[in-house]
Design a protein around this ligand. Structure first.
Ligand code: CUA
Length: 317
């Protein structure tokens, strides 16, 4: 619809037209009323011009019907915008169940992307055409924000927390990728590109690079090296729970509250195990703060996700 207007970035994802149409509607409503007011200013200035300069206007005592009209009309227009925007917003934040997951970390001043198969890249992100992609990311230092205008997606990268964006690319090509949160001297240089490829070319690209170990294999290695495997025995007889089938389920905490085992909870349990302890376990797990970096944490999460019985956490984000 708006592809002919160069004010907008290219539409290269399934979400882009929905975002643009809403934006266009809000702009049109605003422009309509701005023009209406402007028009009447001009008309009245001409119509009620007083060439003598000494006529005095009549006092206005208010008009209930008029006030009702100018309250109710904007109310309904804003409710339309609210309802429409809510639908678009939920589309933007709720990724479909089956997505290609890619992990990323932002740090001053670059984006690093980690594919599950093992490849990693810096300031470049290769994705296949027509497949829903979810980028799960965090920051290693300060606030950053991952922004891909052609896909109309943006989310903050927050230290200690996972954010995500999702999109289905609809066009082959190369698109801008920005950091959209001022993060220091070279913030403006924290940019890159997203390369959308035909699925078969993407497969070729994936197998082309020297990827090394897949993320889950790397996570498994860390699981051994850090000694996690000494307590989280797979038969459940260890001091910690067996981790197969734990990802995505709800657990009850010692405090009685419940928690969904998602990326954030796994990360937290590695770094601050005592914070939200599952009921029935002793607070014996040491912290691994400082012993494993963000990429290592993501690999460990991917490893736990790869164990049999893992499922999609109920509430995304
Ligand atoms: Cu990172 Cu701005």
């Amino acid at each position: 619809m708006l592809s002919g207007i160069p004010l907008f970035p290219e539409q290269a994802s399934t979400l882009a037209p929905a975002v643009d149409n809403l934006y266009f509607f809000v702009t049109a409503v605003t422009a309509f009323f701005a023009l209406l007011v402007f028009l009447y200013v001009v008309i009245f200035a001409v119509k009620y011009r007083d060439p003598t300069g000494d006529r005095v206007g009549q006092p206005i005592r208010g008009s209930i019907p008029l006030e009702i009209v100018w309250s109710i009309v904007p109310f309904f227009i804003s409710m339309v915008i609210f309802g429409w925007a809510t639908v678009v917003f939920f589309d933007l934040v709720r990724a479909p169940d089956q997505t290609l997951e890619i992990y990323s970390t932002g740090k001053r001043w670059m984006w690093r992307f980690q594919h599950i198969d093992g490849q990693s890249e810096i300031n470049q992100l290769h994705v296949p055409l027509g497949r829903p992609v979810k980028v799960i990311f965090t920051s290693e230092d300060v606030l950053h924000s991952l922004y891909i205008p052609a896909f109309r997606v943006k989310a903050d990268a927050i230290p200690g927390r996972y954010s995500s964006i999702w999109f289905t690319p609809t066009r082959v090509g190369e698109y801008h990728l920005f950091c959209a949160e001022y993060c220091g001297t070279k913030h403006s240089g924290m940019v890159g590109s997203v390369v959308v490829m035909e699925p078969n070319e993407y497969q070729a690209w994936l197998s082309g690079g020297e990827g090394g170990l897949s993320m889950s294999a790397r996570g498994e290695q860390l699981f051994q090296q850090l000694g996690c495997s000494g307590c989280h025995l797979s038969d459940g007889s260890g001091r910690g729970p067996a981790l197969a089938g734990k990802y995505g389920v709800q657990e009850t905490l010692a405090t009685g509250a419940t928690v969904t085992v998602d990326d954030t909870y796994v990360r937290e349990s590695i770094l601050t195990p005592q914070m939200r302890l599952v009921a029935g376990y002793q607070p014996v797990m040491p912290t691994f703060q400082g012993q494993v970096n963000e990429e290592g944490l993501m690999s460990l999460i991917e490893y736990i996700k790869s164990l049999p019985g893992a499922r999609q956490p109920a509430a995304p984000r």
